[in-house]
Each structure stands twice: as structure tokens, then as C-alpha cells.
Unconditional design. Structure first.
Ligand SMILES: [Zn+2]
Length: 754
């Protein structure tokens, strides 16, 4: 129960409790920092690159369905939902090629070989690259406020008593008196001096002793990693900033006891904050370069000079590069003011230092920029800068499942029910086909005879490529080509994804076209049996939409829409095949049992089978219906008679040998007939779709009263087919009926029977 609030003070207290940021571990003594780092060195010893890499791995979900494939190239099925979509103002949907590029980037940060570089995300207008960077930075900031994203920086807390006792000086006391007179008695004993460069606390230990200390500190299990992996090299090579170094030196002169100095050093949680420019700075194209290049803190400076009785000893001066040291420096679009800003980075990135007055500042930042491909020539010179630039392409989406997510995001997931299964995916594939290069040297090298896939694929095999970009291997690929799908081939194909952006519909255009298409189709309820089924959008609707819109069609590779319809037909035939087959197993078993039972009786008799408890009318029609699946089609009447007699004889013999349980499914003759039936059925699975008008009518009337007039066998067949299509393949009842009638009307089954 919420306590009753009756005093204004209580309200303030409540607000205070609710809004207070967790202060736990916000500032800890240096010694405690070392102890924590000892327990968890891989978390506590991270620079901005390692932290960024951890962030990416923290927010992505990887599933690798082909991980046991010996030819795997580490191209993974990665979901960036939590990284770039969840709780963002504008979500960014990353396709698999981009997600894999991000993973490689995260890995290179971990390897520690990629510092002194600028990372440039290049993408055409409408690719959403700014949204991508904004969401990425937002997630980084969020991460650094979690337990997993913990990171520390140096904070000095100069203890006046200690310094004063080391050198009692009236001048200091007077300066302090003046200082507190103007600034109020904040804490007259302690002076906090933040490190403007956000130095990692370990850097305070002079470089020459760090190795020895770390060796003592770090336990055996991680020592090897930290001492020998390039990513941790910075622990041994980097220096603290000039302010921290001079403070340390000055204190050492005064106190002559490092232990006393370290008592004044604290580790403060490094709270990255983009809005405050704390550890993250983002520059927009209109942001003017500040007139002021260096920052100081006159009050703090005055105080430091007074404490150390020397105004030259510690210069509390730093540049804006210090603010993003061990942090992120991002340039949003290399245009306007950002063009100059980008080029100015050259010297800093190459040298890793920045000069301010006479002081050299370390600059170890993660430099990021986004730009349009046409702006690339602006950064082409000087040549030496090119070596420092790592390009990462942010193209239009090449992965249909992500493209569909965008439609759902913009129109709501309820639109799903207006599409037959697979149809919205195909719309997305058509849009994406416009973005692909028609010529693919990698695919040409791999598939020698593309025409053998005419039934499932377009002539340029773009549908094959799209499937591979989605990290799937199509099931219609021949064994021979599957074998030739080696690591080298895969790598070449995936590399082509880097360049697939030159033309094609942008993200914005795609949404526009989808909107036009979706709204062109009237939405109505089928009204059948009071069901909530709606008329669903079909592949025919897609075909006729693009037929009507020549301006879109001409940007889609020639023949692609026809091919995607062929592939769609192939897929629905697979679904129907599976649905027909499963419905049959139980029925087939009973039919064969009835057939065996009837084989000992004469035509014209009507009996109840003791095995199935079904009524069996022994007619010529009854025998023939079964025998079409048990014997060759052209078998003569004599052969059929002989076959029936043989079955009767064998069944008689088997019956005598039968065990007590009376289960004829265990007899040899049953097994023989069953296998033969199943094999034949497999070959003739689409029979009902070919020559069975009653079947077509029954489908049409399924769900109405008229359906009841059909014979049991047809009713059972249709009911199971529709049931399987709805349960296994997520069709609505109306959708399942529609697909079956579509197959019959377009004579699709005819192409799949051979
Ligand atoms: Zn510092």
C-alpha cells in the first residue's frame, strides 16, 4: 500500500527517493578500485574502444543456424532489435549485411588494432544513417549507466590538511580564506579536481611501475590475456594527462610519499552524457567552430596555485578534445562546418596528440562520422588521411525481413492479417531487387547453369542472392551447387553486398510505394459464417499493381516479378504437398486395412470391418480407388484380378500366423501395401488438384452447408488440407481456400507433377 502523504516535506522526500540516481559505486577510493579490478579485470580495464565493443555485443542477439557448416564464414543471423529499435524515437532497422559489418567493427575494437582511425559510415540519402548513429550513441550512453557498462575516470580529492601539514604556509591559508569567502564553505578540507581528459584511474600509476603492479594485482586466469593481447596494450603504454601528471609530481615533491598521494586519488564513475558533451560530442553541419579553443577554470586554478604556492606548477587548461578523450567524437554528415572539422582531425588522429598552448594533450577517442557517398571526394586528400579512414557502408536494406519490419512499424502490425502468408515478404523482395546489381560475378562463378533454376529463380539469380544475404540456403539448390558453395564463394557474395546501393528505391520511396499499394486494395470482411476473415492481398494483386505503375516497374529488374511468382507457386505447392501428405497417413492406414479385409469377399457385399469398425461396401469402384496407388496405371484387368487374388491369399496366410493382438498393421502384406501406396502417393500427390472437379467445388463450398453433400472421402481430404494449411502454415481459413483455388485455376499443379 502507498503510504498517505500529508506533508509537503513528505512529497519532496518521495520525489527525492524516486529521482535519485543510484550513487552506489559512483566515487570510490583508488585502493578499492584496484580491488574491484582485481576481481573483474576484463570489466574494469576497458578503454572506450573495448567499452563500445562490449556495448554492441551486449545489445545484439546472435543465432547462427549454420554454425556447424564447415564452410561457414562467420556471417551471422544477428538481431539488432535491442540495439537500434527498442525504445528509440525513430527506430533503425539494420539488415544482416550491416549487422555483420557492425560485428566485425566490434571485433576489430577488441583486437586493439584499430585506434588512430576515423570510422566513417557512408550511406545514400534515405538510408537512415543519421538515425543509425543517433540510436547507436544513445544506446552507448545507456549502456554506460548499467552494471555491465561500468567505467571509471580519475578524480582528485586534495586533502588540505595533508598538504598544509607538509608545508605550513600562511599564504596558502590566506588564499584559502579568500577562496571560501567568495565561494562559500563547500568543503574547506577537500578540494575536488576532476581530470578533464577522463583518464582511466590505472594511468595514474607511473608507466614504469605499472607492469609490475598489474602483475601482482591480476590473477592467473586473466593475466595471460591482459599481458599478451593487443587490446590491453594501452594499460602499459598510455600516459595520464598533463594535469594529472603535474598534480602527481607536485604532490610527490611536497609529500614525498606516494601512498599519501594515492589516498587522495579516487575513481569516479565515468557517466557519458551527450547533452552535456561529457565523453560524447556530436557535431552537426551548422555548428560553428568555437572561438575559444581552450578551457580553464579560473577559480580552481587560483586555488591550485595557492595550494602549491606556484602558479606555474599546475595549468588547469584543456581543449574540447579532452572532453571526449576516452570517449566519442562524432561528426554528423561531412557538410558545411563539418567539412573543415573533419579535415582538421587529420593531424590529431595521425599523431594521437593535440597541442594546446605549449601543452600536449593525449587524444584517444573513438572518432565517428557519417556521410553521403557523393561527399567522399571531399575527404580524398590528403592521401595520407585515406589510410586513417575506415569506411562502413550503410546501404538500403537488402534483407526482406527487415524491410517488412519497416512496413509494420509504419502501418502497424495489424496489416499482417490483410496479406496471404508470404505475400508481404514478396513485396519487400521486389522493392529490394531494384537495389541489387544485376550482374554478380560471384554468383556467375558459382552457378554454371543458371537456367536449371528457372522454375524457382530469375535469370540473374537475384532471388538466390537475396536468400543468401538473409543467411539462408534455399532448399531447391542442387546438391552439386550446394557442395560448391564454399567459403570463398560465400565471402565474395557477401562482399558484393557492400556495393549494392547505387540505384534502387530508397527507404522513403519504398514506404511511399507500399502505402500506395496497400491503400489501392479495398479491405473487406468475407462475411462467411460470421467469421472475422478478411479478403487477403494476393500475389495477383502485386502483379497487377506493378503492371499499372510503369514508373516503378521500370526500376525493377526485367522478369523479376514473374520469377518471384514462380517461386511463390513453388513454395505454396510445397505447403500443399505437406498438408496433403499428413492428412493422408491415418486415412491410408484405414483404407489399406479395409482393402485387405474386403479382399476375401465378393463384390456387392456390405460389411463392418472388425479392424477399423468402418462399414465397407465392396464394389469395383472401391477396389479401383485403392489400386490406382498400388499398381501401375496401365495395368490390365487380368493383372488387377491376379493382384487382388494374390493379396487375398497372402492376407489369409498372414492371418493364420498373426499374434493374439489381432493387429493386421503388423502383417507383412499390410506393410508391403502401405509402402507401395505411400511411394505412389508421393509421386501422385497432386492428383486431387488435377482431375477432380468435385474437389474444386468442395473447396469452394468448404465452411458452408453445401459442403455436406460431398462424399466422405472428399470431405475428409478437403477438411484435412485446410486444417493443415491453417495450422502449419498460418493461413486463415479463407486464405487456405483461396490458395487452393488459385492453384486449380492457374493449373499450377500441372507443372509440379513430373
Ligand atoms: Zn588526467
Amino acid at each position: 500500500m502507498t503510504p498517505k502523504i500529508n506533508k509537503s516535506n513528505d512529497i519532496i522526500n518521495l520525489i527525492d527517493r524516486r529521482l535519485k540516481k543510484s550513487e552506489e559505486g559512483a566515487i570510490i577510493p583508488f585502493n578499492e578500485f584496484l580491488m574491484r579490478a582485481r576481481e573483474d579485470p576484463l570489466i574494469y580495464f576497458r578503454n572506450v574502444f573495448q567499452l563500445f565493443s562490449s556495448m554492441i555485443y551486449h545489445y545484439i542477439d546472435i543465432e547462427d543456424e549454420y554454425k556447424d557448416d564447415p564452410e561457414s564464414i562467420n556471417y551471422k543471423t544477428v538481431s539488432c532489435e535491442r540495439l537500434l529499435v527498442k525504445d528509440t524515437d525513430t527506430p533503425f532497422f539494420a539488415d544482416l549485411p550491416l549487422a555483420n559489418r557492425l560485428l566485425r567493427l566490434a571485433d576489430s575494437f577488441r583486437e586493439g588494432t584499430q585506434q588512430n582511425k576515423i570510422y566513417v559510415f557512408i550511406g545514400p540519402p534515405g538510408s537512415g544513417k543519421s538515425t543509425f548513429l543517433n540510436n547507436l550513441l544513445r544506446r552507448f550512453e545507456e549502456f554506460t549507466h548499467t552494471r555491465e557498462g561500468i567505467n571509471y575516470e580519475v578524480l582528485w580529492r586534495l586533502d588540505n590538511a595533508k598538504i598544509a601539514s607538509a608545508s605550513v604556509d600562511l599564504a596558502v591559508q590566506e588564499a584559502l580564506h579568500d577562496y571560501y569567502h567568495t565561494n562559500g564553505p563547500l568543503n574547506s578540507d577537500i578540494l575536488e579536481v576532476p581530470c578533464p581528459s577522463h583518464d582511466h584511474p590505472i594511468l595514474i600509476i607511473p608507466k614504469e611501475y605499472r607492469g609490475e603492479i598489474l602483475e601482482k594485482l591480476i590473477k592467473d586466469n586473466t593475466r595471460l590475456k591482459i599481458f599478451h593481447k593487443k587490446e590491453y596494450e594501452w594499460l602499459f603504454t598510455e600516459n595520464a594527462c598533463t594535469i594529472c601528471t603535474s598534480l602527481y609530481e607536485a604532490l610527490l615533491d611536497k609529500l614525498n610519499s606516494p601512498a599519501d598521494i594515492f589516498e587522495m586519488i579516487f575513481a569516479k564513475r565515468y557517466s557519458y552524457n551527450r547533452r552535456l558533451g561529457y565523453g560524447i560530442s556530436v557535431f552537426n553541419t551548422a555548428d560553428k567552430e568555437p572561438e575559444q579553443f581552450s578551457f580553464t577554470n579560473p577559480e580552481l586554478q587560483k586555488h591550485l596555485s595557492a595550494r602549491f604556492r606556484n602558479s606555474d606548477l599546475i595549468h588547469y587548461v584543456y581543449s574540447r578534445f579532452a572532453r571526449t578523450n576516452n570517449g566519442l567524437f562524432a561528426i554528423m554528415d561531412v557538410k558545411g562546418e563539418n567539412e573543415k572539422r573533419f579535415l582538421n582531425l587529420h593531424g590529431i588522429i595521425s599523431e594521437g596528440v593535440h597541442k594546446i598552448d605549449d601543452i600536449e594533450e593525449n587524444v584517444n577517442s573513438l572518432f565517428i562520422a557519417v556521410m553521403n557517398p557523393e561527399d567522399k571526394q571531399k575527404i580524398a586528400s590528403p592521401d595520407s588521411f585515406k589510410d586513417r579512414i575506415i569506411e562502413i557502408n550503410v546501404n538500403y536494406i537488402l534483407n526482406y525481413s527487415e524491410e517488412v519490419k519497416i512496413y509494420y512499424h509504419s502501418f502497424g502490425t495489424q496489416i499482417k492479417k490483410y496479406f496471404l502468408p508470404g505475400v508481404i515478404d514478396n513485396f519487400a523482395k521486389i522493392i529490394i531487387s531494384s537495389r541489387l546489381n544485376i550482374d554478380s560475378p560471384a554468383i556467375k562463378e558459382w552457378i554454371e547453369e543458371p537456367h536449371k533454376y528457372d522454375e524457382y529463380c530469375d535469370e540473374n539469380l537475384l532471388l538466390l542472392k537475396l536468400t543468401i544475404y538473409s543467411n539462408k540456403i534455399p532448399d531447391w539448390l542442387s546438391d552439386e551447387d550446394r557442395k560448391k558453395f564454399t567459403r570463398g564463394v560465400r565471402r565474395k557474395i557477401i562482399r558484393e553486398s557492400d556495393r549494392e546501393w547505387k540505384s534502387g528505391f530508397s527507404g522513403r520511396e519504398s514506404l511511399y510505394i507500399f502505402n500506395e499499394f496497400y491503400n489501392s486494395i479495398p479491405k473487406k470482411n468475407t462475411g462467411l459464417n460470421g467469421s472475422s476473415d478478411v479478403l487477403q492481398i494476393t500475389m495477383e494483386d502485386i502483379r497487377s499493381f506493378f503492371k499499372k505503375h510503369e514508373q516503378y516497374k521500370e526500376r525493377i529488374p526485367k522478369g523479376f516479378i514473374d520469377s518471384i511468382i514462380r517461386l511463390y507457386n513453388y513454395n505454396i505447392m510445397q505447403e500443399v504437398k505437406e498438408s496433403l501428405f499428413h492428412q493422408n497417413e491415418e486415412r491410408i492406414s484405414r483404407d489399406i486395412q479395409n482393402y485387405l479385409f474386403a479382399s476375401n469377399y465378393d463384390v456387392g457385399e456390405k460389411l463392418i470391418s472388425p479392424y477399423t469398425k468402418e462399414t465397407v461396401e465392396v464394389t469395383e469402384q472401391f477396389f479401383m480407388l485403392m489400386e490406382q496407388y498400388l499398381m501401375p496405371h496401365n495395368a490390365s484387368a487380368r493383372a488387377k484380378k491376379k493382384f487382388r487374388e494374390d493379396v487375398a491369399t497372402k492376407f489369409g496366410v498372414n492371418l493364420q500366423q498373426m499374434q493374439e493382438d489381432n493387429d493386421i498393421c503388423k502383417t507383412e502384406i499390410y506393410k508391403e501395401l502401405y509402402d507401395s501406396y505411400i511411394n505412389n502417393l508421393r509421386e501422385h500427390i497432386f492428383q486431387p488438384f488435377l482431375q477432380y472437379t468435385a474437389f474444386e467445388n468442395a473447396i469452394k463450398e468448404f465452411g458452408t452447408l453445401k459442403f455436406e453433400v460431398y462424399d466422405n472421402r472428399t470431405k475428409e481430404e478437403v477438411t484435412f488440407l485446410i486444417k493443415n494449411l491453417t495450422e502449419k502454415f498460418k493461413y486463415s481459413k479463407e486464405g487456405a481456400k483461396h490458395v487452393c483455388l488459385y492453384i486449380i485455376r492457374n493449373k499450377i499443379a500441372e507443372n509440379f507433377t513430373i
